[in-house]
Design a protein around this ligand. Structure first.
Ligand code: T1G
Length: 651
């Protein structure tokens, strides 16, 4: 047997080969160059042993608790930017996976946890796939989130078993499937209830020589003849609603490949090798890769050394939009939540909103009811005494917040996190009368809580490292991305967003068409234009944030007039735009020679303010400013964030 560092292999008395992957000193398995080279040697041995009838089948498993394989090793991508080297590496992987597929003995994959990217492509090259049917199993192709698409043969093989349309959908969206959905769509052939059943089920599959079935004709027909062009055009139109080809070329390149070769899985796979290197070498791929690692880094800001904090119970004070949605999110993530306000009349709307979220996200009534059972109305505030985390999200009034924390501090468990969701009042002032002001941190969520991943963990001058780390641990624990910011007006996101929004509104006040400015910002790479965003945020919110930043809205302005008339934006049906069914009614966009350039001009105040924030230590680095602003505002991820874009001369 070859010398192995990434794999273990042994043959049992029934001549079944048991192959396990275990990437050394890594929390997840990845297909590194070394792993591929060692697998090549192993497959050569399998071919010999099969020929001499010493091997009747191979089972591939992972020995890591976290999951199967998380894909190719992204840390190697920067060294593979040379297209010639990349093409060689791809050819090698394709040849290897083809040999696995052609092995004359059954090769079965046993999947638990994550099975992603190149890991899924390897599983697709084997003959039969068994997965554990629990909540941890996630199967998919996240490549498009890295500015590329599957490059180890996954395009053709996934189309073969799923049919072209479902396969293209999961490759274009990067969506992870749960086990049941993967089984229903043909990516997986068999489900088991527990990980320890994988071996037994795989042994049966080997002995019965089970093979995966290709997708039926009714699915495959979608890739034939004129239908394929029709489908490709529909896919292009759908993707265009979300991203532009000049910003994110990968999905459009994949659709082109499908249009060109979608009726021939082998040609589809070969087409990957032609297209992949150019995508890998793009600025978009490099920037998205950097953002992946920055996001991973955010997970490490929590408490690293034992005793690690435990979060079972959360008490939220304030059942308004933010408080209610924070409480709902925590219950959705499995915590026991008590939601306090002055009376049930104030709490009930939050419970109703929570039920809508649970129905949308959890779907099954049993799961929805369980989540509702975790979210308890608590007018008396009894939950505060047993909570691990207490979050205040009441009106932006200093005296009320001080009163709440004085009361909370007297009942809270030692070590419980005391947090405020304030977006404007400095922590030092809220905490000034506490016995231990160092306990109070800011956990600034963004509206809508269920959609926006960022939580600004606000650090005051008196916070302890432990309090901040515990706040970050909690944010990560509920599936959010924590960015630590200094307690100063507007923290990071509102601080950089406001000058951009206000300057754009000034240009509208001076006579420029709001539709033009909004279209320009989107052409640059913003998810939404500044005027539309102000309507969505709400003119009342914008006005109060502008005041706290010392950039008050001019009295004799259209903004002030709209405010005075109660036209607050989307929530009242009228702001700078009229709104119908949640959509802005926009006029036509006036002609402009270079919309993207105008958009770049519009975001200058935002980028300038990011530079000031780094200088003032609002965030610890330009990287944190980039990831924070992207997660908080959706700023052009393909440009790597405001400061990376400026460094590259793009903003
Ligand atoms: N390569 C290298 N490192 C990886 C990795 C990968 N694919 N996936 C995860 N890691 C590291 C990560 O940086 C972190 O490291 C640790 O593992 C995970 O800890 C040819 C070309 C799998 C859902 O895009 O989405 O295959 O910081 O706390 O929260 O077509 O990591 O601890 O040192 O994040 O449970 C496609 C990316 C690659 C998957 C686990 N695959 N990974 O999240 O754990 S491209 C991906 C994730 C590809 C082929 C193409 C997540 C996770 P460290 P963690 P987690």
């Amino acid at each position: 047997m070859p010398k192995l560092s990434q794999w273990k292999f042994g043959i049992d008395f029934e001549r079944i080969g048991w192959l396990t992957i275990d990437t050394p000193s890594a929390p997840v398995n990845v297909l590194s160059t070394t792993a591929i080279l060692e697998l090549e040697k192993l497959v050569a041995r399998f071919e010999d042993l099969a020929a001499s009838d010493e091997l009747v089948g191979v089972v591939l498993l992972s020995s890591k608790g976290s999951g199967f394989i998380a894909g190719a090793d992204i840390t190697e991508f920067d060294d593979l930017s040379d297209p010639v080297e990349m093409t060689k590496a791809l050819r090698r992987a394709h040849a290897l996976f083809d040999r696995i597929e052609r092995l004359p003995i059954p090769f079965v994959s046993g999947i638990h946890g994550f099975c992603l990217g190149g890991g899924l492509e390897l599983a697709l090259a084997t003959h039969y796939r068994i997965a554990v049917n629990n909540d941890k199993t996630r199967i998919g192709f996240p490549e498009v989130k890295l500015g590329i698409f599957p490059g180890f043969g996954g395009t053709g093989r996934s189309m073969n078993v799923m049919g072209p349309v479902p396969a293209m959908q999961i490759m274009l969206t990067g969506k992870y499937l749960r086990a049941g959905a993967a089984r229903g769509m043909g990516l997986v052939d068999k489900l088991v209830r527990h990980r320890d059943q994988l071996r037994w089920e795989a042994r049966k599959a080997i002995l019965q020589k089970r093979k995966s079935k290709p997708a039926g004709f009714t699915k495959r027909v979608m890739a034939m003849g004129p239908l394929r062009k029709f489908i490709a055009d529909k896919m292009r139109a759908t993707v265009k609603k979300k991203v532009r080809p000049e910003h994110y070329p990968a999905p459009f390149s994949l659709i082109e490949l499908f249009e060109d070769k979608g009726n021939d899985p082998v040609a589809m796979r070969a087409g990957e090798i032609e297209r992949f290197p150019k995508l890998m070498d793009s600025g978009t791929a490099a920037n998205l890769r950097r953002l992946f690692f920055l996001s991973e880094g955010l997970k490490k800001q929590g408490v690293r050394k034992p005793p690690k904090p435990k979060f079972a119970r959360v008490h939220v004070i304030g059942a308004g939009v933010m408080g209610g949605d924070i409480a709902a999110w925590c219950a959705y993530r499995g915590l026991a939540v008590t939601l306090q306000d002055l009376d049930m009349e104030r709490i009930q709307p939050a419970l109703d909103r929570a039920k809508k979220l649970f129905k949308k996200r959890l779907k099954k009534p049993i799961a929805v009811n369980a989540a509702m059972a975790r979210l308890e109305a608590d007018v008396a505030g009894k939950g505060a005494a047993r909570a691990d985390v207490i979050i205040e999200a009441v009106v932006e009034n200093l005296e009320i917040k001080q009163k709440i924390f004085a009361q909370v501090e007297s009942v809270a468990k030692p070590g419980a996190v005391l947090a405020t969701n304030t977006s404007s009042i400095e922590l030092e002032r809220i905490a000034e009368d506490l016995k231990d002001p160092s306990r109070l941190v800011g956990l600034h969520f963004f509206n809508p809580v269920a959609q926006l991943p960022l939580v600004e963990v606000v650090r005051s001058k008196v916070n302890s490292d432990l309090a901040i780390r515990t706040g970050c641990s909690f944010a990560s624990f509920i599936g959010k991305s924590p960015v630590v910011v200094k307690s100063a007006p507007g923290f990071l996101v509102n601080r950089v967003l406001m000058p951009y929004l206000l300057k754009s509104i000034e240009r509208v006040e001076a006579g420029e068409a709001q539709e033009l400015l909004d279209a320009a910002a989107v052409a640059f790479g913003m998810p939404m234009g500044p005027i539309e965003l102000m309507d969505v945020v709400g003119l009342d919110v914008g006005h109060s944030v502008a005041n706290e930043l010392g950039q008050p809205v001019a009295e004799d302005s259209k903004f002030a007039r709209l405010l005075a008339q109660g036209n607050l934006g989307r929530k009242t049906g009228r702001g700078f735009y009229r709104w119908t069914k949640g959509r802005a009614e926009k006029g036509s966009v006036p002609e402009h020679s270079n919309l993207a350039e105008l958009g770049r001009e519009l975001v200058q105040p935002l980028v300038d303010e990011c530079e000031v924030c780094v200088k003032e230590g609002i965030v610890s680095s330009a990287d944190m400013a980039d990831i924070g602003v992207i997660l908080g505002t959706g700023f052009a991820p393909f440009l790597g964030g405001p400061l990376k874009a400026r460094q590259d001369g793009k903003a």
